[in-house]
Write a protein that binds this ligand. Sequence first.
Ligand code: PRP
Ligand code: URA
Length: 206
Amino acid sequence: MLTVLDHPLIKHKLAIMRDKDASTKEFAEELDEIAGLMAYEISRDLPTKPVDVETPMGICHTEKLGADVVLVPILRAGMGMVKGIRDIIPIAKVGFIGMYRDEETLEPVEYFAKFPKDLENAVVMVLDPMLATGGSASAAIDKIKERGAKKIKLVNLVGAPEGVKYIEEHHPDVDIYLAALDEKLNDIGYIVPGLGDAGDRIFGTK
Ligand code: PRP
Ligand code: URA
């Protein structure tokens, strides 16, 4: 299922990021902050378990998170969302998948993967600011499923309709969360209006 997180703070921060004149610092800070705001909504259906906590006044029968949460940023750009989400979900573990898009074919090329144990019982959040053709996210999800993950959420900042359709077709069991659904891809596979090359803008490499 696709959820576009329609919130004034997210819109405001994303508008700052979209500006071609935003600095690397502004871009990276706003991305992290949006990721944190998105985490609140994305974690709404996490399971909880009953716990008893001793307060200064007595025993409180209350709840804590009842499942492991694993964040899997798609390197490089997904790294820009990790801190913001861990600020909200500090118990989250982190795995990594390195993937780049071949500039000619637009096909994803994997170059690294390392995950925590026991993905079977975890809620896995795959992080990447951009969902363009959907090839990178889909390949990352394939890999995570191979490692046993059953409950996967794909968290992107900006998506193109083409990428959403691709994930819905290939991974109908995965929930997709976006801060904005943009108009289209251009002829070199970039999201329009989008925000350009997210990895380069986060890490100042262009
Ligand atoms: C970008 C982006 C996604 C991918 C999206 O990564 O961060 O991973 O492209 O495109 P797709 O949906 O068409 O696969 P890029 O290949 O530029 O690598 P980088 O993060 O290292 O810059
Ligand atoms: N990757 C990006 O970083 N930006 C796009 O618009 C598409 C793919």
